[in-house]
Write a protein that binds this ligand. Structure first.
Ligand SMILES: [Zn+2]
Length: 464
């Protein structure tokens, strides 16, 4: 298998997406195939890939290898679609620094490569990118100017003047004027039209009590976000809302937001909210793991350490992170214990009410919970809180592409891009098996994970 792909890696290094897909047929045989929707896996399956796309898939034996096809034996392996993440913050994290100075195309690309390394095929930047920068980056990636990485998508961000992103992220978005600032319904509608004119499909707005104490002096009220959502829908956009308390979550879901972001950590859901969720059935990106204890604190954490510089690992353990987090040595705070109790209470209720969970991580504000490995922790939490592994896989593969409104990835099926992860163990048995990565393929090409890992381990972004 390695030998087969040695040539393609050289091409990959040259950088073109068009060039790195395999022009000739390759048949992958013998693996368990997890499709990514709710259908049953194919035990002992086979699929054919040509020019980056799946051209046939089924039980081994039912799929004929095209003449001249290369054979890849995946006996004993499990294949699942690449994951897709609808909530990250790219460009500012430098690991040794976190800064607006780090925000370059090269650094956004680095973050997308980190996502790809861990089996993520697309990542949606959520409101922190300056629009014109993001459009240009996306066009360059589509044109094949960058080496293989997760595909970049972005949402424009909207908030009251001086409000929106958290105390760290705003240090990046503020100087770059990345967030559209609006105070009135008219300003919100005008901003939505301005964004729509640039053919941007996704929009995020923030509703947060912290904005009552910041520059804006007032968090975004329903009188502003309701016409904002209506106009965005008229323009054919998907709208994501950051809301962290019960009152605001009720408000934004009632107003018709497509994707609810965050979950209640200090409150429990009530009957009124359950009824609203049942009526609206929003997509829901709970982005819970950032508030969890770092995996670096406990047990075996080679899965994370493989991509972080050693000094960063030591800093996370010591609680020296840009976004404040407790050191590993700190006992669990009463708030943390309450949070976990509320998550256990609330999570199954959101799901039972029809909230359609989609993978998002909030990666990009803390090395503790960063690009790529955060996904594996997050879907582990879904299972810890009540989903089956199969449901967690749907939430992280096929459902996010509904939010991205793309049809070319997210499942293993004929005509889809060959974006997939080869695993050494079956995640349907234990969700932690998504970490047993043998290989990642994007658009039919095997990622050079060893080379990427060497790059990631190097200290970058200056010194503290
Ligand atoms: Zn976020």
């Amino acid at each position: 298998m390695r030998k087969l792909f040695a040539g393609s890696l050289v091409v990959a290094a040259a950088g073109s997406i068009a060039a790195y897909s395999q022009p000739n047929d390759v048949i992958y045989e013998g693996a368990r195939l997890i499709i990514g929707d709710s259908s049953a896996p194919i035990e002992n399956g086979a699929f054919v890939v040509r020019s980056g796309r799946i051209t046939a898939i089924g039980p081994k034996g039912s799929i004929k290898a095209p003449s001249g096809a290369a054979h890849v034996d995946l006996t004993g392996k499990t294949v699942m679609p690449a994951m897709n993440n609808v909530h990250v913050h790219m460009g500012y994290e430098g690991y040794l620094s976190w800064s607006v100075e780090n925000h370059t195309p090269e650094n956004v690309l680095d973050h997308l490569e980190r996502e790809a390394f861990y089996g993520v095929g697309t990542a949606l930047a959520m409101g922190e990118q300056p629009t014109d920068f993001a459009i240009e980056f996306q066009q360059n990636q589509l044109a094949g100017k960058f080496p293989p990485a997760a595909r970049f998508f972005f949402a424009a961000g909207m908030a009251p003047p001086g409000g929106g992103p958290d105390s760290l992220l705003i240090q990046g978005t503020g100087p770059l004027h990345a967030v559209y600032e609006v105070s009135t319904p008219d300003e919100a509608v005008a901003a939505v039209r301005k964004i729509a004119a640039k053919k941007v499909n996704e929009l995020k707005f923030w509703v947060d009590n912290r904005d009552n104490t910041r520059g804006s002096m007032k968090k975004m009220p329903p009188e502003v976000y309701t016409p904002l959502i209506e106009e965005a829908h008229k323009q054919g956009m998907i709208v994501h809302a950051h809301a962290t308390n019960l009152e605001d979550q009720k408000g934004v879901v009632k107003a018709g937001v497509d994707v609810l972001v965050h979950t209640l950590v200090a409150e429990k859901v009530d009957d009124e909210f359950i009824a609203i969720l049942k009526a609206k059935k929003p997509y829901w990106a709970p982005v819970m793991g950032l508030g969890d204890r770092s995996e670096l604190c406990d047990g075996d954490h080679g899965f994370i350490e493989q991509v972080l510089p050693d000094s960063v690992i030591a800093d996370v353990k010591a609680g020296k992170t840009w976004l404040p987090s407790p050191p590993c040595s700190a006992p669990a705070s009463p708030q943390f214990i309450q949070r976990e109790e509320n998550l256990r209470y609330n999570f199954p209720k959101y799901i039972a009410a029809g909230a359609r969970i989609v993978l998002g991580t909030d990666a990009g504000v803390s090395a503790k919970y960063s690009f790529g490995f955060a996904e594996h922790h997050e879907i582990g939490m879904y299972v810890r809180l009540g989903l089956t592994p199969a449901e967690a896989i749907v939430a992280s593969t096929s459902r996010p592409v509904e939010v991205l409104r793309i049809k070319d990835t997210g499942v293993l099926a004929m005509g889809k891009r060959a974006d997939f992860i080869v695993l050494n163990a079956n995640p349907l048995d234990d969700i932690r098996n998504t970490r047993e990565i043998d290989a990642v393929y994007l658009y039919g090409a095997r990622l050079d994970r060893a080379a990427l890992q060497m790059k990631f381990k190097q200290a970058r972004g200056g010194s503290r």
